[in-house]
Design a protein around this ligand. Structure first.
Ligand SMILES: [Ca+2]
Ligand SMILES: [Ca+2]
Length: 454
C-alpha cells in the first residue's frame, strides 16, 4: 500500500501539476527502485515530447489508480507476490500468531448461553465421553460415536425421547476409530489405516467387525480419516496431507480416494486437497461438496477455509495455490510454474474465516427444521489456534440456492466465553437423526449436543 501511495504522491507533486522537480526529469532519477514496475515505464528522452509526455502521464496515473484499487481490494496482494520460477529469489514476510483459548467446563450456565436461531433449542444429549470425534445416527435413531482416545465405538440411544441418551454402551473396540458411514444395513468404520464393516443388529449392537483393508496411507500431521458412501454406491475416503505444506511423495496423500464398497480398488478421486475432513453429497444434484482445512502459518487472515465442489480427476491447489488463486511462497513448485498450477486448480466456490478448522459437513434432509433448511448444509468448525483472535468454535449453516452455496451463517455458537479467552467446546462431528434433529460432538469436554426445532 505504501508504495502505491508513494507513486501517486510523486506523480501529483511532479512538474506537470506544478510539482517540485522543476525540470522535465519528473520521473524519479533512480529508475527501478519500485519493486512493482510503476516507475519503470517511459524514459527521460520521450518525456520531452509533449504528446508523448501526456500519454505516459495518463498511463502512469491509470497504473497507479489500478494498483490502488487492487491493493484496496486485498491488502495482502503485494505480500503474496511470489516470482514464477526459482530464477528470482522469493521473499515474503508473514506474521503468524498462536492463540489457544483456555478450556473451561461445559457447565449448565455456559450451555444455557449457547446461541441458535430463533425457535431452535440446544441441550446436552450425552456427556463424559473421552474424545468423541465423528458420529452417525442409524435409521432407528441409535447413534454411534467414535470415541477415539478410548478406541471404542459407543452406542447412544434416547428411547424415551426426552433429548438425553439414557443408554450408553460400548459396541466395538477398535483402536483409533474415527468415522463411520452406513450402507445396506452395515456400519462402515475407519481408523487411520484400516477400514472395517459390521452388521447393525436391531438393538443397535454390532456383529463382529470384518477388516476390509489395512492399506490406507500413513497419517503424519493429519491422521483423521473420514469416509462416506456416495450415491454411486462407492466408498469415498478422505486422506489428508502428512504436512502443513509440502510436495507429497505418496500420491495417495492430500486426496479424496474412491474404492469399491468392499474396500477394494482404492484410487485417487480428487487431489490437491490438504485435509477435506467434512464432505457430503447435495441431496438433489448429488454433487459432492467438501470443506478443505487450509494451510497454517500464513498469517491471521490467510488462507481461507475452502468449500469446494469436488469432481473426479480435479486438482484443488494444495500445496502451491490457495484461496482463489494465490501463490503459497513455500514450497515452490519444481516441475511447473505457479501460473501453470493455478491454471489447473479448481478454486473454491465459497471461502470462510482463516484457520476456523472445518471438520464434519452434512446436508440437511430432515423434516424437523424450517423448510428453507432443506438442501442447506451444516459445517462444524473446531476453531483456530493459529491466529491472534479465535475463529470458528461453532457450527455454521451453509445456504445453498439451486445447488450452489451462497453464504455461511452462524447456526450454533457461543462456545467461546470470557471475551474469547476461553472455550468450553470444539465442534467436530455432525449427524442428523431420523426425527430431523441435529447432533454435534465436542471432543474437548466430551459432550454431544442436540439441536432441535422447536
Ligand atoms: Ca432419554
Ligand atoms: Ca484449494
Amino acid at each position: 500500500m505504501y508504495l502505491v501511495w508513494l507513486s501517486i504522491y510523486v506523480f501529483v507533486t511532479a512538474r506537470p501539476f506544478g510539482g517540485v522537480t522543476g525540470s522535465d526529469d519528473w520521473l524519479p532519477q533512480r529508475q527501478g527502485q519500485s519493486r512493482y514496475g510503476i516507475f519503470l515505464v517511459g524514459s527521460n528522452q520521450s518525456t520531452k515530447h509533449p504528446v508523448m509526455k501526456k500519454v505516459i502521464q495518463s498511463f502512469i496515473l491509470l497504473a497507479a489508480v489500478s494498483a490502488l484499487v487492487v491493493a484496496c481490494v486485498d491488502d495482502d496482494f503485494w505480500e503474496t507476490f511470489v516470482p514464477e520460477t526459482s530464477d528470482d529469489p522469493t521473499q515474503s514476510e508473514k506474521n503468524t500468531f498462536v492463540f489457544i483459548p483456555a478450556l473451561v467446563e461445559a457447565t449448565d450456565d455456559r450451555v444455557a448461553q449457547l446461541r441458535v436461531p430463533a425457535g431452535f433449542q440446544v441441550q446436552k444429549f450425552a456427556e463424559d465421553i473421552e474424545e468423541p470425534r465423528m458420529i452417525v445416527a442409524n435409521p432407528e435413531g441409535q447413534v454411534y460415536v467414535a470415541n477415539r482416545k478410548a478406541g471404542q465405538v459407543l452406542l447412544l440411544e434416547d428411547a424415551d425421547g426426552d433429548g438425553r441418551a439414557e443408554r450408553k454402551e460400548v459396541v466395538a473396540e477398535i483402536a483409533g476409530i474415527h468415522d463411520f458411514t452406513l450402507h445396506d444395513g452395515m456400519l462402515y468404520m475407519v481408523t487411520l489405516k484400516e477400514l472395517y464393516t459390521a452388521e447393525m443388529n436391531g438393538d443397535g449392537t454390532l456383529g463382529t467387525p470384518t477388516l476390509l483393508t489395512d492399506q490406507l496411507p500413513d497419517g503424519g500431521q493429519h491422521p483423521n480419516r473420514t469416509i462416506g458412501m456416495g450415491p454411486d454406491g462407492m466408498l469415498y475416503i478422505s486422506v489428508g496431507s502428512t504436512c502443513n505444506a509440502c510436495a507429497e511423495p505418496n500420491e495417495l496423500h492430500a486426496t479424496l480416494l474412491r474404492a469399491n464398497a468392499d474396500g477394494s480398488d482404492i484410487r485417487v478421486y480428487a487431489k490437491g486437497l490438504r485435509n477435506t475432513i467434512g464432505f457430503d453429497w447435495h441431496p438433489v444434484t448429488e454433487d459432492l461438496w467438501g470443506m478443505d482445512h487450509n494451510i497454517d502459518m500464513l498469517g491471521d487472515n490467510e488462507p481461507h477455509e475452502e468449500l469446494n465442489q469436488i469432481s473426479e480427476g480435479a486438482f484443488y491447489g494444495w500445496p502451491y495455490i490457495y484461496d482463489d488463486g494465490k501463490y503459497n511462497p513455500h514450497p515452490r513448485p519444481k516441475d511447473m510454474t505457479y501460473a501453470e498450477y493455478r491454471e489447473m486448480t479448481e478454486v473454491p466456490s465459497l471461502m470462510y474465516d482463516a484457520h476456523a478448522a472445518p471438520m464434519d459437513m452434512v446436508f440437511y434432509e430432515g423434516d424437523q427444521f424450517p423448510a428453507d433448511y432443506q438442501g442447506d448444509a451444516f459445517v462444524a468448525f473446531r476453531g483456530s489456534w493459529n491466529r491472534s483472535s479465535p475463529a470458528g468454535y461453532k457450527v455454521c449453516r451453509v445456504r445453498f440456492e439451486e445447488g450452489r452455496p451462497t453464504a455461511f451463517e452462524d447456526f450454533l455458537s457461543g462456545f467461546l466465553v470470557d471475551d474469547d479467552r476461553s472455550h468450553f467446546g470444539r465442534p467436530v462431528g455432525l449427524t442428523v437423526r431420523p426425527d430431523g434433529s441435529l447432533l454435534v460432538s465436542d471432543d474437548t469436554n466430551g459432550v454431544i449436543y442436540l439441536v432441535r426445532y422447536p
